[in-house]
Design a protein around this ligand. Structure first.
Ligand SMILES: [Zn+2]
Length: 324
């Protein structure tokens, strides 16, 4: 029996060796894939470089592998925050599992671009649509979004404006038979496994429309994102007075980086690791202002700008934050 078995044992050894080689090969593939993954998400400098020579330098394979990596991330339960590049204006898409919300939709001529961006991300309906305040660079594209997507809840401040852009939004809402939900400070809403709290507007601001901006604090696991529209110092002060803990990992910098916003005390309370500024290249307002950039830099906060980087996407697994 022993003699008889010797040959198969030898074969087994060969098979075993082949299995080991295959495992080693698998390990190498996983290792290389991990390298590609880390390389794709770590460095802002790399992102900047990528933007510059995106079209010409990337092979189709590289692009595909990058998309696959991002798709792999999307398959996991997680939170995505897309700061969509709409030039001078705001549009932020938040996706959590099957749930999506949009904060603002850029200027009048950006509605369709935002619509396409949402559709590209697989968004077919919105759990929430927030129009932070009735200025064209925020609510301009909302009528297109309301027309094209079913929206479960629309949240806009209770301040009206006598301008066509605003009326277009109201007309689109009436056409779809939607009613506005008034933002009440302290109210919480669920977006899948994420939750957001309304933190503004706190008071009455006459015709200071920026200060009516709907502010929300989005929480996913241990990660927090703060969005304040175009709220200026007075509104920031009022937010601080609510006693709500405004600390966040990511701050969407108020009013496109204007010096009218981001007071020192407000920034200290939020104490973000990352700041995002949504503005257009060479915009008429000089946004972001030097003072804002200085205070962010002095505080050691990593700044991401749509005018420099295009669309900016943050991903959170509830504990860690990555930037694409
Ligand atoms: Zn604005």
């Amino acid at each position: 029996m022993r003699e008889y078995n010797r040959q198969p044992q030898k074969r087994n050894k060969v098979r075993c060796k082949k299995q080991k080689e295959f495992l080693l090969f698998l390990f190498l593939v996983v290792f290389i894939m991990a390298g590609i993954f880390v390389g794709n998400h770590v460095s802002l400098q790399e992102k900047e470089n990528r933007k510059t020579d995106k079209a010409e330098d990337k092979t189709a394979d590289e692009q595909e592998s990058e998309e696959n990596t991002w798709q792999d991330l999307q398959k996991q339960e997680g939170l995505e925050v897309h700061f969509v590049d709409v030039g001078q204006g705001d549009a932020t898409l938040i996706i959590c599992g099957e749930h999506a919300m949009l904060i603002d939709a850029g200027d009048n001529n950006k509605g369709t671009a935002v619509q396409y961006y949402l559709q590209k991300q697989g968004v077919t309906k919105l759990d929430y649509l927030i129009g932070t305040h009735p200025d064209a660079d925020h609510i301009g594209g909302l009528d297109v979004i309301i027309t094209k997507f079913d929206c479960n809840r629309i949240i806009m401040p209770e301040v009206q404006r006598d301008m066509a852009t605003y009326r277009d939004v109201i007309d689109a809402m009436e056409y779809k038979q939607y009613r506005n939900t008034r933002p009440m400070v302290g109210t919480q809403y669920f977006l899948g496994d994420a939750v957001f709290t309304v933190v503004a507007p706190v008071g009455n601001y006459g015709e200071e429309y920026n200060n009516y901006s709907v502010g929300i604090l989005l929480t996913y696991g241990e990660n927090k994102f703060l969005f304040t529209g175009d709220a200026e110092r007075m509104a920031e002060y009022d937010m601080l007075q609510t006693g709500i803990d405004l600390s966040a990992d990511v701050l969407k910098v108020g009013h496109h980086g204007s010096s009218d916003s981001t007071s020192k005390s407000f920034l200290e309370a939020v104490s973000p690791k990352y700041a995002v500024i949504s503005c257009g290249a060479d915009n008429d307002y000089g946004h972001p202002h030097r003072r804002t950039m200085d205070i962010l830099e002095e505080s050691g906060i990593a700044v991401y700008r749509t005018d420099e980087l295009g669309d900016i996407v943050f991903y959170s697994d509830g504990q860690n934050i990555m930037v694409n």
